[in-house]
Design a protein around this ligand. Structure first.
Ligand code: ST9
Ligand code: ZN
Ligand code: ZN
Length: 320
């Protein structure tokens, strides 16, 4: 990226140029919580739609249900192998075709574009459980699960977040492209493709495929991702560091295709497997390993066995 581009990306990332009024609205010293009603209404409608979709399950073709599940897996990989382990943590390297696939899968997830997701996530790791953490679990289960999307961010998120480095993200043309065409890519990947494939290929009704492969799949994948921020920050063991909140939670691991080993992950965020156990229920790790086999991924970073054991000994809670 040229210097101009870098400067513009940095300005966007740091929030430079935000008006006094906008900053003032977040409260000078304290924090005035401002509800974003548009988000409350849209998320309520989405969840009502998902409950209605459950009633359609017995009426849908088996292939449609399998397709919805496949879409869920692709969605999940776009978040776990893409936005999370690749772009937020740089825990492995991916060649262009894999990055394009992961960016498309990430648009299917419709969880904000990769840049925004990774920016919030890096801030979450750096300032966990403080006001600068976008989904600070100390503000309760509801806030860390979904509530953080219903209010304007605490000013600490933006202030402290602006001090972190996000250059590498905007240096990736795939990230820039996805951010530029984010809305279009979401319409295509999150809504059109999941809905049209069952209708075109096996004659499912548009109604069924829209509610099952788009709405229900989207609502479930959001909630599963949010469980990492809520449940995995509140319930479970802390074998690696008992002084931090994130925990190992099997229930979350199962839903979030290997992302519930959260005490390990916050202790060793650079580890590409996000868990001590590599393949022990970690479909995301299986996927990255397979990509390495195909030559599409490389340089997987790992915390050494010795480092893990020493850390467990020093700060773990004694559980396994
Ligand atoms: C969603 C995200 O659901 C889910 C994330 C889940 C994370 C899980 C993590 C666990 C890891 C493992 C993965 C497991 C996955 C398993 C998958 C299984 C399926 N630093 O945000 P704005 C600045 S999204 C620095 O508008 P407001 C910046 O300048 C759901 N600066 O703040 C920015 O401007 P720009 C769908 C920052 O006005 C400006 O501030 N999406 C930072 O307070 C304004 O930013 C929605 O529902 C930072 N961190 O609004 C939309 N942040 O962006 C939700 C901001 O131009 N979002 N700045 O550079 C919104 O509507 C708004 O963000 C808001 C806050 C209302 C929440
Ligand atoms: Zn966390
Ligand atoms: Zn992380």
């Amino acid at each position: 990226m040229d210097e101009q581009g870098k400067l513009a990306a940095s300005r966007r990332a740091t929030g430079e140029g935000r008006s006094e009024a906008e900053v003032g609205e977040r409260g000078e010293g304290g924090y005035r919580q401002e509800i974003v009603w548009r988000n409350v209404i849209l998320m309520t409608l989405l969840h009502l739609g998902a409950v209605y979709a459950l009633l359609l399950i017995p009426k849908a073709q088996l292939l449609t249900l399998l397709w919805a599940y496949l879409c869920f897996l692709v969605t999940a990989l776009g978040v776990t192998a893409g936005a999370h382990r690749l772009w937020s943590h740089r825990s492995y390297k991916a060649k262009l075709p894999l990055r394009i696939f992961l960016a498309a899968a990430n648009s299917m997830a419709f969880q904000n574009d990769i840049f925004e997701w990774a920016r919030d996530h890096r801030v979450h790791h750096k300032y966990s459980e403080t006001d600068a953490d976008p989904h600070n679990a100390r503000r309760g289960f509801f806030f860390s699960h979904i509530g953080w999307l219903f209010v304007r961010k605490h000013r600490d998120v933006i202030e402290k977040g602006s001090k972190l480095d996000f250059y590498d993200l905007m240096e990736d043309p795939v990230v820039r492209f996805q951010r530029k065409y984010y809305k279009t890519s979401v319409v295509i990947m999150c809504f059109m493709i999941p809905t049209l494939v069952p209708w075109y290929f096996w004659g499912e009704s548009l109604w069924n495929s829209y509610f099952l492969a788009s709405i229900l799949r989207y609502a479930i994948s959001l909630n599963v991702s949010w469980l990492v921020n809520s449940v995995a920050h509140l319930y479970g063991n802390r074998p690696y560091d008992k002084y931090i909140n994130p925990r190992e939670n099997t229930f979350v691991t199962l839903g979030a295709i290997g992302e519930g080993f959260h005490n390990f992950h916050h202790t060793f965020p650079f580890d590409y497997s996000a868990s001590e156990f590599g393949l022990k229920f970690n479909p995301t790790t299986c996927f990255i390993d397979f990509m390495c086999l195909l030559g599409l991924a490389s340089d997987c970073r790992r915390a050494s066995r010795q480092t893990i054991l020493a850390r467990k000994e020093r700060t773990g809670d004694g559980s396994i």
